[in-house]
Write a protein that binds this ligand. Sequence first.
Ligand code: SF4
Length: 306
Amino acid sequence: MNIRQKEQLVKERLEPLKALMDSCVLCPRECKVNRNKGQKGFCRTANKVKIASWNRHRGEEPFISGTNGSGTIFVSSCTLKCKFCQNFPFSQMDHGIELEPYELAEKYDILAEKRVHNINFVTPTHVVPMLLEAWLLSSDKAKSLPIVYNCSGYESKIVLDLLEGIIDIYLPDIKYADNETALELSSAPNYVENNLRTIKQMHDQTGPIQIDPNTGLATKGLAVRHLVLPNGYAGTEISLSRLKELLGTDVYLSVMCQYFPAYKAHEIPFLDKPLPEEDFFKILDLIEQLGFENALTQDPYDPGGA
Ligand code: SF4
């Protein structure tokens, strides 16, 4: 799809996406507040987008960050309330600046001028219409970059239907293996069913990550992220087994072991310290046993990687 075709698609889908905020169902919470008239639901956001930062980010997976970095747009507020969130100043305390669409478009353009490899929407779920409205106003240089949708994996089916053909790369989390823990740690009802449906739908749209052999960069596709929590809170074995059952062993998987306690983590037993080293080695064994062919891990005890 060329830039003009993608532009046309975004134009067609923008109004239906905005209309979902009249009685908001942009995420599975379905708060049904009228965000277009200024009401706010669980995500504490009406119809303006607030951004915490826009950066050239080199810490994403190598096929996303490449050599020049990923153009991350960190959105303020969130549809989850993870008690251990490392981004809590803006995800939970809503720090950031509110931008008009043309101002946000300028940020995309600045990142494109820095020759980042993609425009990476981080936590976009509750503001995706506004992010795309700004995209329409951005330069052709920005528009020519793949759009990355980097999210918690707790998405609405109807929104994903409207994003088909627009989002190039999906990076959803698989956070939990049971709903009780999801509710306790992230206040996310029915996380597991919504998460598996989300991942499947994203995969049906884009397939697995496609990497350009000349650049090593992802051009399209899905990669799933899993943050290993201490004390088995993330249900890593069950989560990864379900992922294997859902998409096979060739799915791109990024297993993050660099957990550190942040935000309210000190209030929860075992979440108040980093992942024990022996747990990290157990995870490496598990990935091998399950036979994942495209798994990345980050060794928290050797920041050079594993
Ligand atoms: S996006 Fe926000 S207001 Fe809309 S359903 Fe989700 S949490 Fe509620």
